[in-house]
Every structure is written in C-alpha cells, then in structure tokens.
Design a protein around this ligand. Sequence first.
Ligand code: PLP
Length: 373
Amino acid sequence: MIYLDHSATTPVKPEALQAAWPWLTSEFGNPSSTHELGNRAALALEEARKTAGKFFNVRASEIIFTSGGTESDNLAIIGLALANPRGKHIVSARSEHEAVLSAIDFLQRVHGFEITWLALDEFGQVSNFEAALRPDTTLVSLMVANNEIGTSHDIKTLAEAAHRVGALFHTDAVQAVGWFDLDLKKIGVDALSISGHKFGAPKGSGLLVLRSGAHAEPLLHGGGQESGLRSGTENVAWAVAIATSLESLAPADSEAKRVSKLRDEFIEQVLSRISNAKLTGHPIKRSPNIASFTLEGVSGEAVLLELERRGVIVSSGSACAAGSDEPSHVLLSIGLQPEVAQTAVRFSFSHETTAKELIEAASSLVESVKVFI
Ligand code: PLP
C-alpha cells in the first residue's frame, strides 16, 4: 500500500505510543490527586508541556492541551472573541477548515459578531487584508496552510497588520507542523492550533498555544484544569504522546526542502501525463506535503476508488468533506464550479514518503484516469 493521505491522518509513531503507554497502564494516576501516583502523572504532564513549549519557543504555561484541532480552533476563536469584547468584528476566509468556519458562525448567530470574509484569488491567497481591518476588529483567524489545496499564507506579515489595529490573531496550524517554522516569537500570533494525529500522535490529542497575556474564555467549565481554560481530568497519555511526536520531528526547514522537491517532481509528472489535470492551490506558496488536482470530466471519488484498487490511498478532498456529496467548500471558495470541484483528488505526504512511492503513484493516477476517459 502507498499511503498518501497524511493530511487526513498519520499512523501513530512507535515512540509516541511507547511514551504514552505507562500513563495508560501502571501510571494511571489523576494529576490532580495529591498522592504519589497523582504527583507522578502531574509531573509527566508538566514535562510534556515543557517539551511542547520548547517546540513553539513559548513558556510551558502557554500550552493548553486539548482533544485536537477542532477543539483548539473553537477555544481560540470563541474564547478570544468573548474575552475581548473591544468590538464584535472578525476577519477570516471561507477557505478555512470547518472547525474555524463553524466557530465563527456560532459567534455570528449567538453573539451578534459581524464577519468580514476576505476575498480569495484563484490560488486561495487572501487579498485586501488591511482594508478589511477596522478599529473594532477583535480577531483575525487565518490558517498557515490549507488542508485541501496546500496554499500557505505569510502569517507573520498578516499578524503584524492585525496587531497594528489592535486585533488578536489566531492561526490554524494543523497542517503546518513539521513543514513550517512555528516559532511563536518569529510568527508573532496570539494563538495557534495543532492536532496530534497529523504528525504521529493519536487522534484526540491536540493543543492550543496561547500567548501569555491573551485572555480567552473557556469552553469547558469545571475543575479548572489547564489554567482554567480546559476543565476536565487531563489526558496525560495523549499529552505525553503529542509532546514526544513534536520532539521527534525532523527540522521543518530541511524536510520542507526535501519533500517540496519530491512534490514538484510529482506535480510535473501528473501535469505532463494527464491532459485534463490541473493543479489546485498556489504553484509556489504551498505546503511541501500537498499536491491536489482537478481532473476535469472525471469524478474524483471514482478515481480515488480506482487508485485504492491499485494500492494507492488518497483523498478526494478533506476527510471531513469526504463521504458527503457536497463539493468541497474550499474549492468553491477559490471560484471553481461545483462540477469541477467534484473532480478533485488530493495527495498528501509525510516525512517518510519516498521518490519511488511518488513515481508509482503518478503512474497509478495516469492508469486510473484512463479508465474513465
Ligand atoms: N484544521 C485543519 C486545517 C484540519 O485539516 C483539521 C483536520 O483535518 C482540523 C482543523 C481538525 O482537527 P481534528 O481532526 O484534530 O479535530
């Protein structure tokens, strides 16, 4: 099997599972308990927090463990917007993940926030950003890299512009871990969401980096864990696993260079051999690990099944959108017609993906498309 659906999810790394194992078995204490078993769990949690903090170059206290990308996005967006009622205006883009769109929709429906949706060009890049910012803008939310088309944003520049008008900046970095430099001091955002299962930690692990001084209202109320921002007994094992996974990542810059080269060769193979294939997303400003295409006239879902029959596992869009017949909201947001959006196929790679796998995958795609034309 050639698995090229890493943007949907990744296998759990053995070292992450090994590190988590004791905290699921012999070391099962509740970190809030005052006996030894509890103390050891609390220490493990704090060690995991420090490790994660180091990865993002923030203090341990700026790491909030969550259940994944969806929760982190909700906590950042709803939490920051409600705790900072300097205005009720939010700026974002329709190409964001459903977790961001739905959290913003909730603020609009229930709390009367006004939303400016940024215009997107055909590559998925935002435009007229500064013109959208207002004195009452509370929050901007824009992702580092798109999960379907791979287009990336220059978050540092956008965050600087938002800060100039006093707005807070959240970024969904779920697809960026291992590929982009996520040093918070360099990119300068107030909140950053990640999800463990996109880089070798289990599903249901995640964290939010929340800059100290950025106030957020919690979504979950209770025992006051995670500095009062995420009540509920902490999932020590998953916190240890996500920290271990972060720690074991190869440096983003060298991996980005290496895999971008494989990606570009793959794109070139596909575009030169399949006449109806078109790359989606920005040709250069894109995530190293995503190559997605529309295959005009051919159903993406049908090609996906044909590829699977040949042992190549990919996605026809985001995993969340897959399974529904609706065309991808991301592809519609960059101006594709619904019937073209239905032809999309996404290939997404990991640090382990090889040139040989991609040569085979390109040939399988050529053969699969031939079945339908
Ligand atoms: N944000 C982006 C960009 C994603 O790609 C995903 C998952 O695919 C999420 C958020 C949601 O993360 P999770 O599955 O951990 O809830």
